[in-house]
Design a protein around this ligand. Sequence first.
Ligand code: UT7
Length: 326
Amino acid sequence: MTEVLRSAITGVGAYLPPDVVTNEALSKIVDTTDEWITERTGIRRRHRAADDQAVSDLAVEAARKALEAAGKTPADVDLIVVATTTADLTFPATAAIVQRKLGCPVGIAFDVQAVCSGFVYALTVADGFVARGNSQCCLVIGAETMTRLMDWTDRGTCVLFGDGAGAVVLEPVAGQGANTDKGLISFALRCDGTKQDLLYVDGGPSTTGTVGKLRMAGNQVFKHAVINISESIEAALEKAGLTIADVDWFIPHQANQRILHGVANRLGLDENKVIQTVADHANTSAASIPLAFSAAVDDGRIKPGDLLLMEAMGGGLTWGACLVRL
Ligand code: UT7
């Protein structure tokens, strides 16, 4: 059989800013209660970046931990892909700022903007370099300061989001092209631009000239989520010649506990296989999957050889799923 290169995840790391905001604290700012937030979303608390912390600072902390876990140094990195919707600046890309702050050599660095689906999108984009032998050591980082996009008078959104960053190191590994090989095995990505109005930020450099605030028709996004995420998961499994029973760990985007359970039930996935961090992190957009991934590697649940199913959905609307053998 011919040798096939795969993008293997060789290290994972995460960073959460120290400031924790409880539901109780938010109930003093908007008309909400801990009971409503917990029942409708599963969220109990979220982290918030300090005023002097840029999203690149969060990304750098997560990247350092991922590099250490992979036994690599910044000098080894030749590609940085940052998934973020809350960039430090309109340009340069946050990835370029991360490259400078980490002290990586001149290489490739750019951002991917797919909002909450950003990490899954970024992983597949990076795979295009790594699995073709064009990167030997790649950082894929999901980093967000979503609290900066909140309208703090809108209780329907401001209670849902948090800040944080997670990162993985990708390295090319030779395999047989089988679904038992290490690395990214398959993916299915989607975007339906006609659903823009359901979830967006009402500002930008070429329209209002402002940053804007997040707007969401929450219950319509919710309805879209369970059905479409399930379809993309089934497509990724089919491409890989695998079934849901083969999945060791489900690492979903952490937007709402009811969505996680809805998708797991629809697919017939054992709930004990679902990694859940939404209670402590809230929705950290592109950072949520690597944050959850890192938590489950650190506590020993996820082990080398496990088959991981990742999925997300966000503004665009974008959504998608991927399968990775660790
Ligand atoms: O990561 C990107 C993808 N985003 C998502 O996946 C989010 C998807 N959506 C959701 O998670 C849920 O739709 C929400 C958590 C946003 C909302 O839950 P819901 O069960 O769909 O509630 P709803 O929007 O239908 O609102 C129900 C009621 C409304 O009051 P009335 O009109 O029935 O009197 C809202 O005004 O709940 C009210 N409400 C709140 N009440 C207390 C909305 N937000 C709050 C709040 N506290 N924070």
